[in-house]
Ligand binder design. Structure first.
Ligand SMILES: [Zn+2]
Ligand SMILES: [Zn+2]
Length: 279
């Protein structure tokens, strides 16, 4: 699957894709410092204990340069030709970041859930903020991906930033099919066990279901009856990097803010069936 094919089948997503392309081009045009790569051997104990890289005192990643990238990206987007509502939101967000003392620092801390930040446009700021952070963290993420042993993580949250997954992906075919989770924030992908809910750790087969969506062969929704959380799951191969889930942040239907029953009400569900464990 490629983005072009996906857009051909879902033309209503074109305006979102156009905006995403504008943001990506603006981010690529900002000269930036890159996150420094720590000595991972000092971090190994925390890694095995389940502490994400960016939360470990043994990694000590300095996020200050990312603050300037965030401001530059928001201001760059404010100068672009955009639909009126988005243009206003970008201008407002840029003004907010410039006007209040320490606003960029507080905004970055807010992205990590460490403090509040009263943005009038939190969806847009979350999306632009994590786009800036992901760009800053990119080389670090690559090096971390090469270093870490996936079997020693297998946790339900991102090994880099600690966020819960935005999407899942099944790769390969049974019996050796692998399940990966994808971080909508920093963009990390990591291995997770084939069965089980990543939000409540429930492994009861009867509590986990898959919703097949009419007309979609490569996408389904896995949901958990126990905690009512759900996760979009991509079943295809190919160039799947665009299935990050980050754009969901900008939506009022952001998955963490609403129940799966409300989402199911918005899509034509073909069938619901229990997930069966791999044989
Ligand atoms: Zn992450
Ligand atoms: Zn659950």
């Amino acid at each position: 699957m490629t983005q072009d094919v996906w857009l051909e089948r879902h033309p209503y997503l074109q305006p979102v894709a156009d905006f995403h392309a504008q943001v990506s081009a603006a981010a690529a045009g900002i000269p930036i410092a890159r996150a420094h790569i720590p000595n991972f051997d000092s971090y190994i104990g925390d890694y095995k204990a389940g502490i994400p890289l960016l939360q470990s005192s043994h990694a000590a990643i300095d996020l200050e340069p990312a603050e300037a990238i965030l401001v530059s990206l928001v201001e760059s987007m404010a100068s672009k030709p955009l639909p009126e509502k988005l243009a206003i939101e970008c201008r407002d967000s840029g003004t907010h970041l410039r006007r209040e003392p320490n606003a960029p620092r507080r905004a970055v801390a807010w992205l990590f859930g460490e403090q509040t930040f009263n943005s009038a446009h939190p969806g847009l700021l979350r999306y632009l903020g994590w786009t800036a952070l992901a760009r800053f963290l990119c080389p670090l993420g690559d090096a971390f991906g090469t270093w870490r042993e996936e079997e020693q993580w297998l946790r339900s949250y991102c090994p880099t930033c600690g966020s819960p997954p935005a999407m899942a992906q099944l790769v390969g075919s049974d019996p050796g099919r692998l399940r990966f989770l994808s971080c909508g924030c920093c963009g990390t992908r990591w291995r997770f066990r084939r069965m089980g809910c990543p939000f409540c750790q429930s492994e009861g087969d009867h509590r986990l279901h898959a919703l097949s969506i009419e007309g979609e062969t490569s996408l389904r929704i896995d949901y958990c009856e126990f905690c009512r959380a759900y996760l979009k799951t991509y079943l295809g191969g190919g160039s799947e990097a665009f299935f990050s889930g980050r754009l969901d942040f900008a939506s009022p239907r952001y998955y963490r803010l609403r129940s799966w029953t409300k989402t199911v009400g918005c899509i034509p569900v073909r069938m619901v069936h229990p997930l069966s464990p791999p044989r």
